[in-house]
Ligand binder design. Structure first.
Ligand code: AHR
Length: 492
C-alpha cells in the first residue's frame, strides 16, 4: 500500500546555518583515488589541465566542492611532506604501507594539491602527520605553504615555483590515532594534540584534533578535557557497513531488501552518535564554539570483484545516493555542532563521486545526490517534525520517509525528501505554515532497481530528472514520491 507521511516545517523559524563545508570531500593517496583518478600528469594521453584530468576537474567544479581533505587518512601519518616538493622527476619513491604497499612517486604533492584546490575552487584541509612526524615538521610545512616572508621555508616554496602563499583553511592533527595513526590511547593523544595545536596556531586556520570512531565518546571527552590548547574542533569518523562486520561488509550490488534496510538502519546510527559526542562537547564548550567535523563518512562494502582489495574500490548505486541524502539530513539536524563533513572519498575510493578507468569516467549516483543538495550549502536549517510509517525488511526497520528543509539567503525554501521504501510510492503532506511558494521546481533521482548504477562506458541508469509531483492542496504541499527515490524541491 502507498505510504502516507507528513511533516511540518517551521518556515519562519531559524535553525543553524548549514555550513557549505558539510558537503566537503576527502582525497587520500590510496589506490587510484588521486593517481589516475585526479592526477594523470601533463604528458598523459588523457585530456588534462596541467596534469589534472579535465573530465574530473570539470565535474568537480560543477559540484561546487567546498573543501577537500588531503593527504589522508591513514596515509597522513606516514606522509613526509618534503618528499612531495621540487622537480617531480627527482622526488623519491616511497612505500604506501597502508594501502597495498604500492610505490608512491610523490608526483602529487603540496603544490599539486593546492593548485588543484584552486582549480576547483575549494577550501583546503591539510591533515598533518603525528604518527611518524613531529610538531616541528608540521610547523615548517604550514610555513612553507602560507608564509609571505623571506624565511627559508617561504623561499623554498618560491624556488619551487609558487610565489604567492596559499591559504590553509583547516589543519587536522593526526588521523585515527587510536588505530593506524599510532595505536595510542586518548589520554596519550590529548597532550600531543595540544602540543601540535600550539605550533600550528595561525590566524584563519581551524585546528582539528584527530577524533573518535562511531560511539567512542570517551575519546572525545578525554581529548577535550582540561586545557584544550588552541583546538577549534575535533573529528569523528563513521562508516556505514551493511553488516557491521569488517571481515564481510556486504556486497555493493546484488543485495537484498534486508541488506538495503540494514544499510539505512546503520547509517542512521550516526544521528545518535553525533548527539552523544555533542553532549560531551557541551560539557566543555556550552557555547558550541568547537566544531565536530565528520571527516570520514560513507558506505564501505566488499571491494569490486577482481580489483586490488587494498584499493577500496566499490560500485556505487541508487542505494548510495539515498544513503548520502540520509546523512545530509543528519548533518543538517546537527548543523550547530557539525561544522564540516568529508565523504570518503572523492574519486575511485569507497563512496566516490566519480569512478574512472583509464580514459573512462562516470558520475556516480552519490555525485548526483551532492549535486541535488547544492542549494543547501549556506542555507539556514528550518526546524521540522516528520511522521512516517516504518519500512521493515529482515531484522531492521527505518522510517520510510525522511525530510530536511532550509531557507536560502534569497528567501527560497529548499526541501530534501527520501523515500527508502524500495517498493511503495509515498505521499507526503508538508505543512509549511504561512509560507506559500507558488513557484515550485523539483528534481527526482530514482531507478527501477535498488542497485541501479552508472557503469563506465554504459548508459547511466541513475540521473536526476525534473520532478512534477508536488502541488499545493488545501494550504499544504502534497508531494508524491516514487518508491526508492530522492527528491529536492525549491519553492519561491
Ligand atoms: O578512507 C579510508 C580509510 O578509512 C582512511 O585512510 C582511514 O582514516 C579510515 O580507516
Amino acid at each position: 500500500a502507498e505510504i502516507r507521511a507528513s511533516a511540518s516545517v517551521n518556515s519562519t523559524g531559524t535553525g543553524p546555518v548549514i555550513r557549505p563545508e558539510i558537503y566537503g570531500q576527502f582525497a587520500e593517496h590510496l589506490g587510484t583515488g588521486i593517481d589516475g583518478g585526479i592526477w594523470v600528469g601533463e604528458n598523459s594521453s588523457i585530456p588534462n589541465v596541467r596534469g589534472y584530468r579535465r573530465d574530473v576537474v570539470d565535474a568537480l567544479k560543477a559540484l561546487k566542492v567546498p573543501v577537500v581533505r588531503w593527504p589522508g587518512g591513514c596515509f597522513a601519518d606516514i606522509y613526509r611532506w618534503r618528499d612531495g616538493i621540487g622537480p617531480r622527476a627527482q622526488r623519491p619513491v616511497t612505500l604506501n604501507m597502508w594501502w597495498g604497499n604500492t610505490e608512491e612517486n610523490n608526483h602529487f604533492g603540496t603544490h599539486e594539491f593546492f593548485d588543484f584546490a584552486e582549480l576547483i575552487g575549494a577550501k583546503t584541509y591539510l591533515n598533518v602527520n603525528v604518527g611518524t612526524g613531529t610538531a616541528g615538521e608540521a610547523r615548517e610545512w604550514l610555513e612553507y605553504i602560507t608564509s609571505p616572508s623571506n624565511s627559508s621555508m617561504a623561499k623554498l616554496r618560491r624556488a619551487n615555483g609558487r610565489d604567492k602563499p596559499w591559504k590553509v583553511d583547516y589543519v587536522g592533527i593526526g588521523n585515527e590515532m587510536w588505530g593506524c595513526g599510532a595505536n595510542i590511547t586518548a589520554s596519550d593523544f590529548a597532550p600531543m594534540a595540544r602540543q601540535y595545536s600550539t605550533f600550528l596556531n595561525e590566524k584563519g586556520v581551524t585546528l582539528i584534533a584527530g577524533g573518535a570512531s562511531g560511539d567512542d565518546y570517551d575519546w572525545t571527552e578525554k581529548v577535550l578535557a582540561g586545557k584544550r590548547g588552541e583546538l577549534d574542533a575535533i573529528s569523528l569518523h563513521y562508516y556505514t557497513l551493511p553488516t557491521g562486520n569488517w571481515d564481510k561488509k556486504g556486497p555493493a550490488v546484488g543485495f537484498t531488501e534486508a541488506d538495503w534496510a540494514a544499510t539505512f538502519a546503520r547509517t542512521r546510527r550516526l544521528d545518535t552518535y553525533i548527539a552523544e559526542h555533542d553532549k560531551r562537547m557541551d560539557a566543555v564548550d556550552p557555547e558550541q564554539k568547537l566544531g565536530l567535523m565528520v571527516a570520514e563518512w560513507g558506505t564501505w562494502y566488499d571491494a569490486t570483484p577482481g580489483t586490488n582489495t587494498a584499493f577500496l574500490q566499490q560500485e556505487n548505486t541508487l542505494r548510495d545516493a539515498l544513503i548520502a541524502a540520509t546523512n545530509f539530513h543528519i548533518f543538517h539536524r546537527h548543523a550547530d555542532r557539525v561544522h564540516m563533513a568529508n565523504i570518503a572519498q572523492m574519486v575511485n575510493v569507497l563512496q566516490a563521486m566519480i569512478l574512472t578507468n583509464g580514459p573512462q569516467m562516470s558520475l556516480t549516483p552519490t555525485y548526483h545526490a551532492f549535486m541535488m543538495y547544492q542549494p543547501f550549502q549556506g542555507a539556514t536549517a528550518l526546524p521540522l517534525e516528520v511522521s512516517s510509517p516504518e519500512f521493515r525488511a529482515g531484522a531492521d526497520s527505518v522510517p520510510a520517509v525522511d525530510v530536511t528543509a532550509a531557507r536560502d539567503k534569497a528567501g527560497a525554501v529548499h526541501v530534501g525528501l527520501v523515500n527508502v521504501d524500495p517498493d511503495e510510492n509515498a505521499t507526503l503532506e508538508l505543512d509549511l505554515g504561512a509560507f506559500r511558494g507558488r513557484r515550485i521546481e523539483g528534481l527526482v533521482l530514482t531507478a527501477s532497481k535498488m542497485d541501479a548504477q552508472n557503469r563506465l562506458g554504459a548508459r547511466p541508469e541513475v540521473t536526476p530528472v525534473r520532478f512534477n509531483g508536488a502541488s499545493w492542496s488545501g494550504g499544504k504541499l502534497r508531494v508524491r514520491m516514487p518508491a526508492k527515490s530522492l527528491v529536492r524541491l525549491t519553492l519561491r
